[in-house]
Design a protein around this ligand. Structure first.
Ligand code: G1P
Length: 295
């Protein structure tokens, strides 16, 4: 049932902050954006864009910064490459390359200084305009066979409110995330009354962590504009979300998909193994190899 005043239009824009330095992955990210690290043969950022497009998004607003030109080039026409592939009759490669440019409409805005996630989202204000938008953080990648963003879009359609995508994490991991207040047992969507950025385990309101997926209404920009510096000396999106929570305008939706934190080395390796295993062209041979070396 739609609540009175809930929007009928679906979310057509997504904001993807990509200005981060990627210090967790040095030395690989010294000269290359962390978002371009591949899962098998496809950059992490392309998996994230693909998830947004599959959920019905048409325009991708990338919040970028110095040293991130490879991302813009990846989603742009690669004239010399395409011409060479065409002349050599490499039709499949040509299709693969061209399909990336055709994925959606790309808009780039710059975040001049690394002032935090709240600041990055505010940089996208003009490009987003007065409409609800999805926010996807590039480090979190979900199993593409399970639609992650859809759970949030459904919760937004049903309530007209901003939505944070959450998953339960072990208590010792709560200090890595924004943590929301719990709902009633077993509910998939619930109103958030509190959200705390990176709490210690004793201060965490629950074990439900925000895992890099949001659907936000434009009212979040009003709160972002008034933000004061928060945890870590940065403008925290979580502080603006707490204002929405206080106004009864924030809900949490469980994401029922397998997640990989590709900014974490072990999780990045796991993601590569699992993405390779499910590929028809690589999976069987790779599995045989793993069986051979793991005893
Ligand atoms: C950011 C957010 C945090 C969220 C996390 C999800 O933190 O500030 O609330 O839980 O992303 O990955 P970061 O990982 O950028 O430190």
């Amino acid at each position: 049932m739609l609540e009175a005043g809930a929007p009928m239009n679906s979310v057509k824009k997504a904001v993807i902050p990509v200005a981060g330095l990627g210090t967790r992955f040095l030395p690989a990210t010294k000269a290359m954006p962390k978002e371009m690290l591949p899962l098998v043969d496809t950059p992490v950022i392309q998996h994230v864009v693909d998830e947004a497009i599959r959920a019905g998004v048409e325009t991708l607003v990338m919040v970028t910064g110095r040293g991130k030109a490879a991302i813009e080039n990846h989603f742009d026409v690669a004239y010399e490459l395409e011409d060479t592939l065409a002349r050599r009759g490499k039709e499949t490669d040509l299709e693969t390359v061209r399909a990336i440019t055709a994925m959606g409409h790309f808009v780039y805005v710059r975040q001049g200084e690394p002032l935090g996630l709240g600041h990055a989202v505010l940089c996208a204000k003009r490009a987003v305009g007065d409409e609800p938008f999805a926010l996807l953080l590039g480090d979190d990648v979900f199993d593409e066979r399970e639609p992650a963003l859809d759970a949030l879009l459904e919760a937004h359609r049903a309530t007209g409110k901003s939505v944070v995508g959450v998953q339960e994490v072990p208590l010792e991991h709560v200090r890595r995330y924004g943590i929301v207040s719990a709902g009633e047992d077993g509910n998939a969507v619930w109103p958030v009354t509190r959200i705390v950025e990176k709490p210690t385990p004793d201060k965490a309101p629950s074990r439900f962590a925000v895992v890099g997926r949001y659907v936000l209404t434009p009212e979040v920009f009003d709160h972002l504009e008034k933000l004061e510096l928060g945890v870590g000396g940065e403008y925290q999106l979580t502080d603006a979300l707490m204002k929405l929570a206080e106004e009864g305008r924030l809900v949490a939706a469980r994401i029922p998909a397998r997640r990989f934190d590709t900014g974490d080395k072990l999780d990045y390796l796991k993601a590569n193994v699992e993405f390779a295993l499910k590929r028809d062209d690589l999976g069987p041979d790779f599995l045989a190899y793993l069986r051979e070396i793991v005893r």
